[in-house]
Design a protein around this ligand. Sequence first.
Ligand code: HEM
Length: 434
Amino acid sequence: MGWPFLGELPTLLWYFKFLRRPDEYIDSKRRKYGEGEGLYRTHLFGSPAIIACSPRAIKLVLQSDENFYQEWPTFQLMGATSMVSVHGEAHKRVRSFVVGAINNPNSLRRIALRIQPRLISALDSWAQTGRITVYKEVKKVTLENMAKYFASFESEPFLDTLDELYQGMVDGFRANPVNFPGTVYHRALRCRRKLMAIFKEELENRKKHPNEAKKDVMEGLREIKDEEGNQLSDIEVVDNIVSLLVGGYESTVLATMWAFYYLAKYPHVLQNLRDEHSNIMSKKQVGDFITYDEISTCEYTSKVVAETIRLANISAFVFRTASKDVEYKGYIIPKGWRVMCWLRYVHTDSENFENPFCFNPERWNVPPKASTNLVFGKGTRTCAGNKLAQLQLSIILHHLAMGYKWELVNPEAKIIYLPHPKPEDRVVIDFCKI
Ligand code: HEM
Protein backbone atom coordinates (compact mmCIF):
# COMPACT_ATOMS: atom_id res chain seq x y z
CA MET A 1 0.00 0.00 0.00
CA GLY A 2 3.01 2.27 -0.46
CA TRP A 3 4.37 5.02 1.77
CA PRO A 4 2.88 6.28 5.02
CA PHE A 5 0.36 9.09 4.24
CA LEU A 6 1.26 9.26 0.53
CA GLY A 7 0.41 5.64 -0.17
CA GLU A 8 1.13 4.67 -3.75
CA LEU A 9 0.71 8.14 -5.20
CA PRO A 10 4.45 8.53 -5.94
CA THR A 11 4.43 5.17 -7.77
CA LEU A 12 1.36 6.12 -9.77
CA LEU A 13 2.89 9.48 -10.72
CA TRP A 14 6.12 7.70 -11.66
CA TYR A 15 4.27 5.63 -14.25
CA PHE A 16 1.79 8.28 -15.41
CA LYS A 17 3.90 11.44 -15.37
CA PHE A 18 7.55 10.45 -15.48
CA LEU A 19 7.66 7.25 -17.56
CA ARG A 20 4.47 8.19 -19.46
CA ARG A 21 3.55 4.51 -19.60
CA PRO A 22 0.48 4.48 -17.35
CA ASP A 23 -0.56 0.91 -18.05
CA GLU A 24 2.69 -0.41 -16.65
CA TYR A 25 1.49 0.60 -13.19
CA ILE A 26 -1.03 -2.25 -13.36
CA ASP A 27 1.41 -4.51 -15.25
CA SER A 28 3.82 -4.16 -12.33
CA LYS A 29 1.11 -5.30 -9.91
CA ARG A 30 0.25 -8.27 -12.10
CA ARG A 31 3.92 -9.29 -12.17
CA LYS A 32 4.37 -8.86 -8.45
CA TYR A 33 1.13 -10.28 -7.07
CA GLY A 34 -0.18 -12.45 -9.90
CA GLU A 35 -3.34 -11.94 -11.92
CA GLY A 36 -5.87 -13.32 -9.49
CA GLU A 37 -9.24 -11.78 -10.16
CA GLY A 38 -7.89 -8.40 -11.28
CA LEU A 39 -8.33 -6.85 -7.81
CA TYR A 40 -5.43 -5.18 -5.98
CA ARG A 41 -5.20 -3.37 -2.68
CA THR A 42 -3.60 0.06 -2.63
CA HIS A 43 -3.66 3.49 -1.01
CA LEU A 44 -4.33 6.35 -3.41
CA PHE A 45 -5.63 9.94 -3.27
CA GLY A 46 -5.68 9.96 0.51
CA SER A 47 -7.44 6.71 1.34
CA PRO A 48 -7.05 2.94 1.18
CA ALA A 49 -8.55 1.66 -2.04
CA ILE A 50 -9.13 -1.39 -4.19
CA ILE A 51 -8.15 -1.33 -7.84
CA ALA A 52 -10.47 -3.33 -10.09
CA CYS A 53 -8.80 -3.77 -13.48
CA SER A 54 -10.19 -6.94 -15.10
CA PRO A 55 -13.48 -6.99 -17.04
CA ARG A 56 -15.07 -9.37 -14.53
CA ALA A 57 -13.98 -7.39 -11.46
CA ILE A 58 -15.21 -4.12 -12.96
CA LYS A 59 -18.49 -5.74 -13.92
CA LEU A 60 -18.87 -6.97 -10.34
CA VAL A 61 -18.48 -3.43 -9.02
CA LEU A 62 -20.45 -1.44 -11.60
CA GLN A 63 -23.35 -3.85 -11.71
CA SER A 64 -24.04 -4.21 -8.01
CA ASP A 65 -25.45 -0.92 -6.80
CA GLU A 66 -26.57 -2.56 -3.57
CA ASN A 67 -22.89 -3.19 -2.67
CA PHE A 68 -21.15 -0.21 -4.24
CA TYR A 69 -22.33 3.39 -4.44
CA GLN A 70 -21.02 6.42 -6.23
CA GLU A 71 -19.88 9.29 -4.02
CA TRP A 72 -17.83 11.33 -6.43
CA PRO A 73 -18.03 14.17 -7.22
CA THR A 74 -19.46 15.86 -4.13
CA PHE A 75 -23.16 16.51 -4.38
CA GLN A 76 -22.66 20.14 -3.29
CA LEU A 77 -20.81 20.66 -6.57
CA MET A 78 -23.13 18.63 -8.77
CA GLY A 79 -26.42 19.60 -7.10
CA ALA A 80 -28.50 17.47 -4.73
CA THR A 81 -31.03 16.55 -7.43
CA SER A 82 -28.56 15.89 -10.23
CA MET A 83 -28.63 12.37 -11.60
CA VAL A 84 -24.99 11.92 -10.60
CA SER A 85 -25.77 12.70 -6.94
CA VAL A 86 -28.90 10.63 -6.36
CA HIS A 87 -29.06 6.87 -5.81
CA GLY A 88 -31.39 3.91 -6.16
CA GLU A 89 -34.96 4.65 -7.22
CA ALA A 90 -34.37 8.42 -7.23
CA HIS A 91 -31.50 7.94 -9.67
CA LYS A 92 -33.55 5.67 -11.88
CA ARG A 93 -36.33 8.25 -12.04
CA VAL A 94 -34.19 11.32 -12.85
CA ARG A 95 -32.00 9.36 -15.23
CA SER A 96 -34.98 8.11 -17.22
CA PHE A 97 -36.13 11.72 -17.74
CA VAL A 98 -32.69 12.95 -18.76
CA VAL A 99 -31.85 10.05 -21.05
CA GLY A 100 -35.34 10.37 -22.54
CA ALA A 101 -34.69 14.05 -23.27
CA ILE A 102 -31.23 13.85 -24.83
CA ASN A 103 -30.51 10.33 -26.02
CA ASN A 104 -33.75 9.63 -27.92
CA PRO A 105 -33.84 9.61 -31.76
CA ASN A 106 -35.99 12.75 -32.05
CA SER A 107 -33.71 14.96 -30.01
CA LEU A 108 -30.65 13.41 -31.69
CA ARG A 109 -32.22 14.22 -35.09
CA ARG A 110 -32.70 17.84 -34.02
CA ILE A 111 -29.23 18.15 -32.50
CA ALA A 112 -27.61 16.67 -35.63
CA LEU A 113 -29.03 19.51 -37.74
CA ARG A 114 -28.45 22.22 -35.14
CA ILE A 115 -24.73 21.65 -34.71
CA GLN A 116 -23.72 21.63 -38.38
CA PRO A 117 -23.87 25.34 -39.36
CA ARG A 118 -21.42 26.32 -36.59
CA LEU A 119 -19.21 23.35 -37.23
CA ILE A 120 -18.98 24.09 -40.96
CA SER A 121 -18.15 27.74 -40.38
CA ALA A 122 -15.51 26.81 -37.78
CA LEU A 123 -13.89 24.33 -40.17
CA ASP A 124 -13.83 26.95 -42.94
CA SER A 125 -12.22 29.53 -40.70
CA TRP A 126 -9.59 27.02 -39.50
CA ALA A 127 -8.76 26.21 -43.12
CA GLN A 128 -8.22 29.93 -43.77
CA THR A 129 -6.01 30.26 -40.70
CA GLY A 130 -3.94 27.23 -41.76
CA ARG A 131 -2.18 26.30 -38.52
CA ILE A 132 -4.43 25.65 -35.51
CA THR A 133 -4.33 23.98 -32.10
CA VAL A 134 -7.13 21.44 -32.36
CA TYR A 135 -7.94 21.21 -28.63
CA LYS A 136 -8.36 24.99 -28.31
CA GLU A 137 -10.48 25.44 -31.44
CA VAL A 138 -12.64 22.37 -30.88
CA LYS A 139 -13.35 23.60 -27.35
CA LYS A 140 -14.82 26.84 -28.70
CA VAL A 141 -17.08 25.26 -31.28
CA THR A 142 -18.19 22.48 -28.92
CA LEU A 143 -19.24 24.96 -26.25
CA GLU A 144 -21.04 27.13 -28.81
CA ASN A 145 -22.97 24.13 -30.00
CA MET A 146 -23.73 22.72 -26.55
CA ALA A 147 -24.92 26.12 -25.30
CA LYS A 148 -27.16 26.28 -28.35
CA TYR A 149 -28.72 22.86 -28.14
CA PHE A 150 -28.91 22.83 -24.33
CA ALA A 151 -30.53 26.22 -23.80
CA SER A 152 -30.52 28.16 -27.12
CA PHE A 153 -27.75 30.47 -25.84
CA GLU A 154 -26.00 32.32 -28.65
CA SER A 155 -23.94 35.39 -27.75
CA GLU A 156 -20.16 35.04 -27.84
CA PRO A 157 -18.93 37.07 -24.82
CA PHE A 158 -21.48 35.18 -22.75
CA LEU A 159 -19.98 31.87 -23.90
CA ASP A 160 -16.58 32.92 -22.52
CA THR A 161 -18.23 33.43 -19.12
CA LEU A 162 -19.86 30.02 -19.41
CA ASP A 163 -16.49 28.45 -20.21
CA GLU A 164 -14.79 30.15 -17.25
CA LEU A 165 -17.53 29.08 -14.82
CA TYR A 166 -17.45 25.53 -16.15
CA GLN A 167 -13.66 25.39 -15.77
CA GLY A 168 -13.80 26.78 -12.23
CA MET A 169 -16.40 24.19 -11.29
CA VAL A 170 -14.50 21.26 -12.79
CA ASP A 171 -11.30 22.31 -10.95
CA GLY A 172 -13.27 21.71 -7.76
CA PHE A 173 -13.73 17.99 -8.52
CA ARG A 174 -10.03 17.36 -8.18
CA ALA A 175 -9.55 19.63 -5.16
CA ASN A 176 -9.88 18.87 -1.46
CA PRO A 177 -13.51 19.61 -0.56
CA VAL A 178 -12.63 22.38 1.90
CA ASN A 179 -15.09 25.23 1.60
CA PHE A 180 -13.03 28.14 2.86
CA PRO A 181 -12.40 31.47 1.06
CA GLY A 182 -9.30 31.14 -1.12
CA THR A 183 -9.55 27.38 -1.73
CA VAL A 184 -10.11 25.89 -5.18
CA TYR A 185 -13.21 24.15 -3.84
CA HIS A 186 -14.69 27.41 -2.54
CA ARG A 187 -14.17 29.01 -5.96
CA ALA A 188 -15.72 25.96 -7.63
CA LEU A 189 -18.87 26.29 -5.50
CA ARG A 190 -19.08 29.99 -6.43
CA CYS A 191 -18.77 29.11 -10.12
CA ARG A 192 -21.51 26.52 -9.72
CA ARG A 193 -23.84 29.07 -8.10
CA LYS A 194 -23.27 31.49 -10.99
CA LEU A 195 -23.83 28.76 -13.59
CA MET A 196 -27.03 27.75 -11.85
CA ALA A 197 -28.18 31.39 -11.79
CA ILE A 198 -27.71 31.63 -15.57
CA PHE A 199 -29.80 28.54 -16.25
CA LYS A 200 -32.43 29.48 -13.62
CA GLU A 201 -32.89 32.90 -15.21
CA GLU A 202 -33.40 31.23 -18.59
CA LEU A 203 -35.97 28.90 -17.05
CA GLU A 204 -37.88 31.81 -15.48
CA ASN A 205 -37.90 33.63 -18.84
CA ARG A 206 -39.43 30.59 -20.45
CA LYS A 207 -42.18 30.53 -17.87
CA LYS A 208 -42.94 34.19 -18.56
CA HIS A 209 -43.07 33.62 -22.33
CA PRO A 210 -44.63 30.18 -22.77
CA ASN A 211 -45.48 30.86 -26.40
CA GLU A 212 -41.86 31.22 -27.44
CA ALA A 213 -41.08 27.56 -26.75
CA LYS A 214 -37.58 26.69 -27.83
CA LYS A 215 -36.65 23.28 -29.16
CA ASP A 216 -33.66 22.43 -26.97
CA VAL A 217 -32.59 20.09 -24.17
CA MET A 218 -33.83 22.43 -21.43
CA GLU A 219 -37.30 22.42 -23.01
CA GLY A 220 -37.08 18.64 -23.42
CA LEU A 221 -36.33 18.29 -19.70
CA ARG A 222 -39.19 20.66 -18.78
CA GLU A 223 -41.73 18.88 -20.93
CA ILE A 224 -40.90 15.22 -20.53
CA LYS A 225 -43.41 13.19 -18.49
CA ASP A 226 -43.24 9.70 -17.05
CA GLU A 227 -46.05 7.14 -17.44
CA GLU A 228 -48.02 8.71 -14.56
CA GLY A 229 -47.66 12.20 -16.04
CA ASN A 230 -45.06 13.38 -13.48
CA GLN A 231 -42.47 15.94 -14.54
CA LEU A 232 -39.09 17.14 -13.27
CA SER A 233 -39.14 20.09 -10.84
CA ASP A 234 -37.39 23.34 -11.81
CA ILE A 235 -34.37 22.61 -9.63
CA GLU A 236 -34.08 19.13 -11.15
CA VAL A 237 -34.10 20.63 -14.65
CA VAL A 238 -31.34 23.10 -13.79
CA ASP A 239 -29.19 20.68 -11.74
CA ASN A 240 -29.30 18.18 -14.57
CA ILE A 241 -28.54 20.67 -17.34
CA VAL A 242 -25.40 21.66 -15.41
CA SER A 243 -24.51 17.96 -14.91
CA LEU A 244 -24.89 17.31 -18.63
CA LEU A 245 -22.58 20.20 -19.38
CA VAL A 246 -20.04 18.79 -16.93
CA GLY A 247 -20.36 15.25 -18.31
CA GLY A 248 -20.45 16.20 -21.96
CA TYR A 249 -18.24 19.20 -22.65
CA GLU A 250 -14.62 18.19 -22.01
CA SER A 251 -15.28 14.54 -22.98
CA THR A 252 -16.61 15.56 -26.42
CA VAL A 253 -13.69 17.94 -26.96
CA LEU A 254 -11.14 15.25 -26.09
CA ALA A 255 -12.77 12.62 -28.30
CA THR A 256 -12.78 15.06 -31.23
CA MET A 257 -9.18 16.09 -30.63
CA TRP A 258 -8.08 12.43 -30.68
CA ALA A 259 -10.01 11.82 -33.91
CA PHE A 260 -7.92 14.54 -35.64
CA TYR A 261 -4.79 12.98 -34.19
CA TYR A 262 -5.47 9.36 -35.18
CA LEU A 263 -6.75 10.21 -38.66
CA ALA A 264 -3.55 12.17 -39.31
CA LYS A 265 -1.51 9.17 -38.21
CA TYR A 266 -3.63 6.60 -40.07
CA PRO A 267 -4.50 8.26 -43.43
CA HIS A 268 -5.99 5.07 -44.90
CA VAL A 269 -8.76 5.32 -42.28
CA LEU A 270 -9.54 8.86 -43.45
CA GLN A 271 -9.67 7.58 -47.03
CA ASN A 272 -12.14 4.84 -46.04
CA LEU A 273 -14.29 7.46 -44.33
CA ARG A 274 -14.18 9.58 -47.52
CA ASP A 275 -15.42 6.62 -49.54
CA GLU A 276 -18.28 5.92 -47.16
CA HIS A 277 -19.42 9.55 -46.95
CA SER A 278 -18.99 10.38 -50.67
CA ASN A 279 -21.32 7.51 -51.35
CA ILE A 280 -24.03 9.00 -49.12
CA MET A 281 -23.56 12.57 -50.31
CA SER A 282 -23.70 11.56 -53.99
CA LYS A 283 -27.44 11.01 -53.47
CA LYS A 284 -27.98 14.47 -51.91
CA GLN A 285 -28.02 18.12 -53.05
CA VAL A 286 -24.85 20.20 -52.64
CA GLY A 287 -24.93 21.96 -49.26
CA ASP A 288 -27.37 19.50 -47.63
CA PHE A 289 -26.55 18.53 -44.06
CA ILE A 290 -26.05 14.89 -43.19
CA THR A 291 -28.93 13.63 -41.02
CA TYR A 292 -29.02 11.46 -37.91
CA ASP A 293 -30.70 8.67 -39.90
CA GLU A 294 -27.97 8.76 -42.57
CA ILE A 295 -25.22 8.79 -39.95
CA SER A 296 -26.85 5.75 -38.34
CA THR A 297 -26.26 3.76 -41.55
CA CYS A 298 -22.50 4.55 -41.69
CA GLU A 299 -21.00 1.30 -40.44
CA TYR A 300 -17.37 2.20 -41.02
CA THR A 301 -17.81 5.57 -39.30
CA SER A 302 -19.27 3.88 -36.23
CA LYS A 303 -16.17 1.68 -36.05
CA VAL A 304 -13.89 4.73 -36.29
CA VAL A 305 -15.87 6.36 -33.49
CA ALA A 306 -15.64 3.23 -31.31
CA GLU A 307 -11.90 2.90 -31.93
CA THR A 308 -11.22 6.59 -31.26
CA ILE A 309 -13.02 6.48 -27.93
CA ARG A 310 -11.40 3.15 -26.93
CA LEU A 311 -7.86 4.36 -27.57
CA ALA A 312 -8.41 7.89 -26.26
CA ASN A 313 -9.37 6.53 -22.82
CA ILE A 314 -11.03 9.77 -21.80
CA SER A 315 -12.51 8.27 -18.62
CA ALA A 316 -9.51 6.32 -17.40
CA PHE A 317 -11.17 5.34 -14.12
CA VAL A 318 -14.47 5.62 -12.30
CA PHE A 319 -14.91 5.44 -8.53
CA ARG A 320 -17.28 3.62 -6.19
CA THR A 321 -17.37 2.97 -2.43
CA ALA A 322 -18.25 -0.37 -0.79
CA SER A 323 -21.44 0.03 1.26
CA LYS A 324 -20.72 -3.23 3.19
CA ASP A 325 -18.02 -5.89 3.33
CA VAL A 326 -18.24 -7.54 -0.09
CA GLU A 327 -16.84 -11.02 -0.56
CA TYR A 328 -15.71 -12.06 -4.02
CA LYS A 329 -13.97 -15.37 -4.74
CA GLY A 330 -12.26 -15.45 -1.37
CA TYR A 331 -11.33 -11.73 -1.30
CA ILE A 332 -13.00 -9.17 0.94
CA ILE A 333 -13.58 -5.61 -0.22
CA PRO A 334 -13.99 -3.86 3.13
CA LYS A 335 -16.95 -1.60 3.88
CA GLY A 336 -16.14 2.07 3.29
CA TRP A 337 -13.17 1.39 1.00
CA ARG A 338 -13.02 3.17 -2.28
CA VAL A 339 -12.93 1.02 -5.42
CA MET A 340 -11.23 2.43 -8.51
CA CYS A 341 -12.50 0.77 -11.68
CA TRP A 342 -9.48 1.05 -13.95
CA LEU A 343 -11.31 1.23 -17.28
CA ARG A 344 -8.27 2.21 -19.33
CA TYR A 345 -6.41 -0.96 -18.48
CA VAL A 346 -9.22 -3.10 -19.93
CA HIS A 347 -8.89 -1.18 -23.22
CA THR A 348 -5.10 -1.44 -23.41
CA ASP A 349 -4.68 -5.05 -22.27
CA SER A 350 -3.68 -7.29 -25.20
CA GLU A 351 -5.80 -10.08 -23.69
CA ASN A 352 -8.86 -8.00 -24.56
CA PHE A 353 -7.76 -6.14 -27.71
CA GLU A 354 -5.11 -7.52 -30.02
CA ASN A 355 -2.25 -5.08 -30.62
CA PRO A 356 -4.10 -2.63 -28.35
CA PHE A 357 -2.14 0.55 -29.14
CA CYS A 358 -2.76 0.26 -32.87
CA PHE A 359 -5.66 2.42 -34.12
CA ASN A 360 -7.59 -0.20 -36.03
CA PRO A 361 -11.31 0.43 -36.70
CA GLU A 362 -11.53 -2.99 -38.39
CA ARG A 363 -11.18 -4.69 -35.01
CA TRP A 364 -14.86 -3.76 -34.49
CA ASN A 365 -15.84 -6.04 -37.41
CA VAL A 366 -16.41 -8.59 -34.67
CA PRO A 367 -18.01 -7.77 -31.32
CA PRO A 368 -15.54 -7.25 -28.45
CA LYS A 369 -15.17 -9.87 -25.71
CA ALA A 370 -17.76 -9.64 -22.92
CA SER A 371 -17.41 -6.54 -20.70
CA THR A 372 -14.28 -5.25 -22.44
CA ASN A 373 -15.81 -2.18 -24.07
CA LEU A 374 -16.15 0.02 -21.01
CA VAL A 375 -15.61 3.44 -22.58
CA PHE A 376 -19.01 4.63 -21.37
CA GLY A 377 -18.92 2.65 -18.11
CA LYS A 378 -21.37 -0.12 -17.29
CA GLY A 379 -24.54 -0.77 -15.33
CA THR A 380 -27.07 1.75 -14.10
CA ARG A 381 -24.65 4.65 -14.44
CA THR A 382 -23.60 4.01 -18.03
CA CYS A 383 -22.95 7.35 -19.73
CA ALA A 384 -26.25 9.20 -20.14
CA GLY A 385 -24.97 10.99 -23.25
CA ASN A 386 -23.33 8.05 -25.04
CA LYS A 387 -25.46 8.27 -28.19
CA LEU A 388 -25.10 12.02 -28.30
CA ALA A 389 -21.31 11.73 -27.95
CA GLN A 390 -21.13 9.16 -30.78
CA LEU A 391 -23.39 11.28 -32.98
CA GLN A 392 -21.34 14.45 -32.52
CA LEU A 393 -18.13 12.65 -33.32
CA SER A 394 -19.64 11.00 -36.41
CA ILE A 395 -20.81 14.36 -37.75
CA ILE A 396 -17.37 15.87 -37.33
CA LEU A 397 -15.83 12.87 -39.09
CA HIS A 398 -18.29 13.37 -41.92
CA HIS A 399 -17.32 17.01 -42.52
CA LEU A 400 -13.61 16.33 -42.12
CA ALA A 401 -13.72 13.45 -44.56
CA MET A 402 -15.74 15.36 -47.16
CA GLY A 403 -13.75 18.55 -47.26
CA TYR A 404 -10.40 18.74 -45.48
CA LYS A 405 -6.88 17.41 -45.10
CA TRP A 406 -4.36 18.06 -42.35
CA GLU A 407 -0.98 17.08 -40.93
CA LEU A 408 0.35 16.95 -37.39
CA VAL A 409 3.01 19.63 -36.84
CA ASN A 410 4.54 17.61 -33.98
CA PRO A 411 3.83 13.96 -34.78
CA GLU A 412 6.17 12.82 -32.00
CA ALA A 413 4.67 15.09 -29.31
CA LYS A 414 4.71 13.36 -25.93
CA ILE A 415 1.44 12.39 -24.28
CA ILE A 416 0.27 13.79 -20.95
CA TYR A 417 -1.95 11.31 -19.06
CA LEU A 418 -3.34 13.32 -16.14
CA PRO A 419 -6.01 14.48 -15.66
CA HIS A 420 -6.92 13.27 -19.18
CA PRO A 421 -4.73 11.96 -22.00
CA LYS A 422 -3.63 14.70 -24.44
CA PRO A 423 -0.61 15.21 -26.67
CA GLU A 424 1.62 17.84 -25.06
CA ASP A 425 1.03 20.32 -27.91
CA ARG A 426 -2.80 19.80 -27.77
CA VAL A 427 -2.58 18.64 -31.42
CA VAL A 428 -1.20 21.45 -33.56
CA ILE A 429 -2.02 20.84 -37.23
CA ASP A 430 -1.68 22.42 -40.64
CA PHE A 431 -5.24 22.32 -41.92
CA CYS A 432 -6.69 23.12 -45.35
CA LYS A 433 -9.50 22.30 -47.77
CA ILE A 434 -9.03 19.34 -50.09
C1 HEM B 1 -16.70 10.42 -25.65
C2 HEM B 1 -17.38 11.06 -24.76
C3 HEM B 1 -17.80 10.52 -23.42
C4 HEM B 1 -17.22 9.56 -22.63
C5 HEM B 1 -15.96 8.74 -22.91
C6 HEM B 1 -18.05 9.43 -21.44
C7 HEM B 1 -17.80 8.53 -20.41
C8 HEM B 1 -18.64 8.34 -19.32
C9 HEM B 1 -18.46 7.32 -18.31
C10 HEM B 1 -17.33 6.30 -18.27
C11 HEM B 1 -19.48 7.45 -17.42
C12 HEM B 1 -19.75 6.56 -16.20
C13 HEM B 1 -19.32 7.20 -14.91
C14 HEM B 1 -19.48 6.27 -13.71
O1 HEM B 1 -19.85 5.11 -13.85
O2 HEM B 1 -19.19 6.75 -12.61
C15 HEM B 1 -20.29 8.57 -17.84
C16 HEM B 1 -21.42 9.03 -17.17
C17 HEM B 1 -22.13 10.15 -17.55
N1 HEM B 1 -21.99 10.86 -18.72
FE1 HEM B 1 -20.61 10.52 -20.17
N2 HEM B 1 -19.09 10.32 -21.52
C18 HEM B 1 -18.99 11.00 -22.72
C19 HEM B 1 -19.88 11.96 -23.21
C20 HEM B 1 -20.97 12.43 -22.54
C21 HEM B 1 -21.91 13.42 -23.07
C22 HEM B 1 -21.84 14.05 -24.47
C23 HEM B 1 -22.81 13.67 -22.07
C24 HEM B 1 -24.00 14.60 -22.06
C25 HEM B 1 -24.15 15.65 -22.81
C26 HEM B 1 -22.46 12.83 -20.93
C27 HEM B 1 -23.13 12.80 -19.73
C28 HEM B 1 -22.91 11.88 -18.73
C29 HEM B 1 -23.69 11.84 -17.50
C30 HEM B 1 -24.79 12.81 -17.10
C31 HEM B 1 -23.21 10.74 -16.75
C32 HEM B 1 -23.70 10.26 -15.39
C33 HEM B 1 -24.73 9.15 -15.57
C34 HEM B 1 -25.33 8.64 -14.27
O3 HEM B 1 -24.79 8.89 -13.18
O4 HEM B 1 -26.36 7.97 -14.37
N3 HEM B 1 -21.34 12.09 -21.26
N4 HEM B 1 -19.78 9.10 -19.01
